[in-house]
Design a protein. Structure first.
Length: 236
């Protein structure tokens, strides 16, 4: 359960960090001509608690289409398999015979999410550059409270990160480090099935809980937008 929750945190926090940077950057720059590429990237996930060594616990395979849609299959070393994805309708996770709606996914921003090297290095979140799998990546860092996240991104892969490191330093005996790092990448044409999520009934309980929490926090516009998306998808 802990790692399942952490997977959701990694997905949402990573997307929020980089997508937020993209939105801010697009407001202040001229749109540069970019060509979206399709590719398949494979990841190894590792975790450590309280200063121990990193222990691998999951293997992920993500297919990213030139449209910005993506599908990721996650293979836990404990034997479970889950599917996650971003489509024109939103972010989903698939479990059994149901899809769980998590929230919006801006396909237009995903397609336009390629930065130049200069745009990466001029961001206030930029901390360093590193080479991964033959690609030059740029490390973006953000922190809130006792949580810190670093994301390695490349102009070649747009908003799809090649590495994510989450560190918690709460000092209460529950400190951890979680690493999701690409171990291979292949740029190639993809079939429709590789990026298409299965056509299944949709659950909305996670999104509905998020809408309630946004409303309770006084974020009425975001709450209303999420509620409208749930309503729109519920009647399909």
């Amino acid at each position: 359960m802990k790692l399942r929750i952490l997977s959701l945190v990694i997905l949402v926090s990573g997307a929020a960090l980089f997508a937020g940077s993209i939105i801010k950057g697009q407001k202040s720059r001229k749109k540069s001509p970019t060509v979206s590429r399709s590719f398949v990237v494979q990841y190894l996930l590792s975790h450590t608690d309280n200063g121990g060594g990193l222990t691998p616990y999951e293997y992920d395979a993500r297919a990213v289409g030139s449209t910005g849609e993506w599908k990721e299959t996650r293979y836990s070393f404990k034997g479970s398999v889950s599917t996650w994805g971003g489509t024109s309708d939103g972010l989903y996770t698939v479990s059994g015979a149901l899809k769980q709606y998590l929230g919006d996914y801006n396909l237009e921003s995903a397609r336009a999410g390629t930065w130049t090297e200069q745009e990466f290095t001029s961001s206030p979140q930029f901390v360093r550059s590193e080479e991964l799998l033959g690609l030059r990546t740029f490390v973006m860092k953000d922190a809130a409270g006792d949580m810190e996240i670093e994301i390695n991104s490349s102009p070649e892969t747009g908003i799809t990160p090649l590495k994510k490191v989450i560190r918690s330093r709460s000092g209460d005996g529950n400190d951890f480090v979680d690493v999701k790092e690409a171990i291979s990448i292949q740029f190639r044409d993809l079939s429709e099935d590789e990026v298409r999520l299965p056509d299944l009934p949709v659950r909305f309980d996670i999104a509905e809980e998020k809408a309630r929490s946004l409303k309770a926090a006084g974020q009425y516009e975001r709450s209303e937008a999420l509620e409208q998306a749930i309503q729109r998808l519920s009647v399909k």
